[in-house]
Design a protein around this ligand. Structure first.
Ligand SMILES: Cc1cc2nc3c(=O)[nH]c(=O)nc-3n(C[C@H](O)[C@H](O)[C@H](O)COP(=O)(O)O)c2cc1C
Length: 356
């Protein structure tokens, strides 16, 4: 029987050659303050496409200059960004990967090097910040929609809205960070209104186009039960692809606990439980390093795709090696943090890769 990891799948008319996903990962220290794509970005993604990856989701790309997660993040807040981004698309398509772009705004997590007063659903009492006005929320919706149209113009096969990891859309969805009493707060539907409106607007603009709308969500918001409800609302909104990662945890609520026999991270567990509750394709992620682990998830039908993040950073040929039963260069699990959060050149495995 063929390993399900290598079975193709079609979403929105896009034929994805296998189920290995490179999840969005900012390639730090490459973009400048203008957010333009550099040659290094193009070669970074070309290498992973050449390495056989089925679906590449290009790193968090900011829809608004004042919402960047760092001053070296890619941008899509102006038409001028389109041509650089299209170079990434061409490089990925040349080697057969389907390629999506992650659209992002940091909200309350925007650092002081980017903006003095970060904005979000509500003020964060721990630091200078303020709640967005209704007019500003409308402007953010428009920025996301325009960014999606630019991504489509650049040739991307789809976009992924960044609704996980405590970023702006996640801040709205989570009751931990959203204390609004207007239509953008309150119950889950209210807290999801911003995300759902953006999805609706993008779909309306791109009606009839073969373009994948993905959403990266937190599986714990703050419980897995909430994560399942969120996934169902996204399915109702006709999202094409769900990517389940971590959300905003609450100091008062324990993290979801997989059964002792479950051999993966709790975030993977959230993804596999969400998969049982929706019929749209689900990507799982977190700590999946080897082809054996990825195949175990796929062959047991626990998910439709497997994201391999750091595995792809240390070894662009992760997928081809998996297909040929060769060992990929291992991630060394650097502590306290992966060096790629600072600069990939510092990754101890770059020496190995460059010598191959
Ligand atoms: C250097 C680096 C940058 C990242 N940037 C993003 C990002 O832009 N958007 C996002 O949603 N997640 C980002 N992540 C999280 C990854 O997509 C992924 O969820 C995480 O690395 C866990 O998967 P892994 O264990 O396979 O690496 C980043 C992770 C790393 C290591």
């Amino acid at each position: 029987m063929k390993n399900r990891l290598f079975l193709p799948i079609t979403i929105k008319g896009k034929n994805i050659r296998n189920r290995a996903v490179m999840p969005p990962m900012v390639f730090f220290e490459r973009a400048g303050d203008d957010g333009f794509v550099t040659d290094e970005h193009v070669e970074h993604y070309r290498a992973r496409a050449k390495g056989g990856t089925g679906l590449i989701i290009v790193e968090a790309t900011c829809i608004e200059k004042n919402g960047r997660l760092s001053d070296c993040q890619l941008g899509i807040w102006s038409d001028e960004h389109i041509s650089g981004l299209s170079r990434i698309v061409q490089a990925c398509h040349e080697y057969g990967s389907v390629v999506m772009l992650q659209l992002h705004h940091s909200g309350l997590r925007t650092p002081s090097s980017v903006t003095e007063i970060p904005v979000g659903p509500s003020k964060n009492n721990q630091k200078p910040s303020r709640a967005l006005t209704i007019d500003e929320i409308e402007a953010i919706k428009e920025d996301f929609t325009k960014a999606a149209l630019r991504a489509q113009e650049a040739g991307f096969d789809g976009i992924e809205l960044h609704g996980a990891h405590g970023q702006l859309l996640n801040q709205f969805v989570s009751p931990v960070t959203n204390q609004r009493t207007d239509e953008y707060g309150g119950d889950l539907k209210g807290r999801m209104k911003l995300s759902l409106d953006i999805i609706y607007n993008i779909k309306k603009e791109l009606e009839g186009k073969r373009f994948i709308i993905g959403y990266r969500m937190g599986g714990n918001e703050p419980t897995l039960k909430d994560g399942i409800k969120i996934a169902k609302l996204l399915e109702e909104a006709e999202v094409d692809l769900l990517h389940v990662s971590g959300g905003i945890s609450s100091p008062d609520i324990a993290l979801p606990q997989p059964p002792q026999t479950f051999p993966f991270h709790w975030i993977v567990y959230c993804g596999t439980e969400i998969k049982k509750n929706v019929s749209i394709p689900v990507i799982v992620v977190e700590g999946i390093r080897t082809a054996k682990q990825a195949s175990l998830i796929m062959d047991n039908r626990l998910a439709d795709f497997v994201s391999v993040g750091r595995g792809h950073l240390v070894d662009p040929f992760w997928t081809k090696k998996a297909m040929n039963q060769l060992e990929a260069i291992p991630c060394l699990e650097c502590k306290p943090d992966c060096h790629w959060f600072e600069n990939g050149d510092l990754c101890p495995q770059q020496r190995v890769k460059n010598s191959q």
